[in-house]
Design a protein around this ligand. Structure first.
Ligand SMILES: [Zn+2]
Length: 525
């Protein structure tokens, strides 16, 4: 019998494995699980060097994985101005004044996460609102969805934006009275400003990535599907991996604009090691519901002139999808509106016709406004739904935006599961908080009128075994079984036992990645 390096005993282990769903103890050696069972069974692995942790009845689940997170932006956001809780434009201004005071060295004021639906005024802030408190420093404040921003006059001037500026796949909003830009920028128009923001130095990128990893682990995550935004970030991750400072496993979403570069290198999905792995090609196909830029089949219920927009022509999108697919890449395409989802499914179908593949595991990111027909098409094509359960709570205005008929098919988790579609869950942080327990809570405790709630066990699976499937890792991760990686999250309570509403109050006691304790509540100071 081999000797364990670590044994967790007296626990309530939810293995999520069908063969042995419950256990009391886990023994670990060389980063892997070598035994799962009753305390007595596992105690046979005790040796001289074995560290034994008495879990005192705490619950252990397979390590939680967030399948859609913008980690560098999350790290940066922790240092930026956060307007998430602003309830009025006046309150936004106060927060901005405070931020400018305490960050006087920053050349730009960057941040946001504001949501006009939560503002008393129920409108977008404008450049005039910002100018009144920040006249001299260029300022860029993203809406919570990331598809709309407001900038001040200084930023407009620096970016050279005028009433004549036209942007493909974007919009410079004009004040209906003066005909001048009002500071509101949509989708690709935001790039006009963000591209002139001084580039981060490597130090700042390093700091952001490390901080994001640390915070992610503290919320119970043992892995993330990390949406990469720059080659510098890749550089930092490679270094962290080599130095052994990555506290959690990373599966990378590579932005579409780097597709030709990675193809030129001859690499595809799955390249890398067990800590840092190349994942899928990430494409944005439409905008967001919040900004009314998600591509819908029929107009927005609260704006009959708008149907949102596709960010690529169908011909170009098709070309990119076929190129990635035929070169062995998994794809993850952001599609929120039903028209976008339909178009993306068309491209997947076409690609699969050209080069049939059993095990492609292509994904749709967000997958918000579905229909029964779209769901059965997803099922037929074997597409993974990469969803963010907390959107159900944050997008409380969905019904106004799309009307009750379409809102019925917004985030229909239960229907997706019943149709046999794999759901993998994530946060889309920094758009939402990264905390996976909030996501599990949202999926389980959502409004019950449309019968789309998941059970706690189903919700847990979307963050564990299904997440592992979405990264081709089901043989090594996702359940607590002998031979799999010792990636474990220890929780204060059992989400399958406590009342739904309490799930969000569960605290993370300990996080283990590759058999190492990377976070412990007790040693936190
Ligand atoms: Zn995202």
């Amino acid at each position: 019998m081999s000797e364990a390096s670590l044994i967790l005993s007296n626990a309530n282990v939810l293995t999520l494995a069908s063969r042995q769903p419950k256990a009391q103890a886990i023994s670990i050696k060389d980063g892997k699980i070598i035994g799962v069972g009753a305390n007595k069974e596992v105690s046979t692995y005790v040796g001289k060097e074995t560290k034994i942790i008495d879990c005192r009845g705490k619950t252990i689940v397979p390590g939680l994985v967030d399948c859609h997170v913008h980690m560098k932006d999350f790290g940066l956001f922790l240092r930026q101005v956060d307007l998430r809780n602003a309830k009025s434009i006046e309150e936004m201004k106060k927060t901005l004044i405070q931020h400018v005071k305490s960050h006087s060295k920053q050349p730009w004021i960057i941040g946001g996460r504001w949501d006009h639906e939560k503002l008393k005024e129920k409108r977008y802030p404008t450049r005039l609102d910002l100018d009144s408190v920040i006249p001299n420093k260029p300022t860029l404040l993203m809406r919570v969805c990331g598809h709309l921003a407001v900038v001040n006059s200084k930023a407009l001037r620096l970016a050279g934006i005028t009433k004549h500026t036209k942007v493909r796949g974007g919009e410079v909003e004009l004040d209906p009275k003066t005909g001048q830009p009002n500071g509101v920028l949509k989708d690709n128009a935001i790039d006009l400003v963000s591209k002139i923001v001084p580039k981060l130095g490597k130090d700042a990128t390093e700091e952001a990535c490390a901080l994001a990893c640390k915070k992610a682990v503290e919320t119970g995550l043992t892995g993330v599907h990390w949406l990469l935004s720059s080659s510098e970030e890749m550089n930092v991750l490679q270094e962290m991996c080599e130095d052994g400072t990555l506290p959690l496993r990373i599966y990378l979403g590579i932005p579409e604009r780097l597709l030709d570069h990675v193809l030129a290198l001859g690499i595809s999905s799955g390249f890398g090691n067990e800590m840092l792995k190349i994942g899928f090609i990430k494409i944005l196909s439409d905008g967001s519901l919040g900004a009314q830029t998600a591509a819908l089949k029929r107009p927005y219920s609260d704006n009959p002139r708008k149907r949102g927009m596709m960010l690529y022509s169908q011909r170009i999108l098709q070309k990119i999808v076929i190129k990635a697919h035929t070169n062995g890449w998994q794809l993850g395409i952001h599609a929120i509106g039903d028209r976008a989802i339909e178009n993306v499914l068309d491209t997947y179908e076409e690609a699969l016709k050209k080069v049939p593949a059993e095990n492609h595991r292509h994904r749709i990111e967000h997958c918000s406004i579905l229909s029964e027909r779209l769901i059965s098409r997803m099922r037929k094509l074997g597409i993974i739904a990469s969803v963010q359960p907390h959107f159900v709570i944050s997008d409380f205005w969905t019904i106004d935006r799309v009307g009750p008929e379409r809102a019925r098919w917004a985030y229909p988790f239960k229907s997706l599961l019943e149709k046999g579609i794999v759901i993998a869950s994530g946060s889309d942080c920094p758009i939402e908080l990264i905390n996976p327990l909030l996501g599990i809570w949202a999926a389980v405790a959502r409004n019950d009128k449309i019968n789309e709630r998941l059970s706690a066990e189903e919700a847990l699976k979307t963050y564990t075994s299904n997440a592992a499937y979405a990264s081709f890792d089901e043989d090594t991760k996702g359940t607590i079984e002998k031979g799999k990686f010792a990636d474990l999250t220890v929780l204060s309570d059992d989400p399958t036992k406590i009342s739904r509403d309490k799930i969000r109050d569960i605290s993370v006691e300990m996080v283990i990645v590759n058999g190492k304790i990377v976070y412990s509540k007790e040693s936190k100071h």
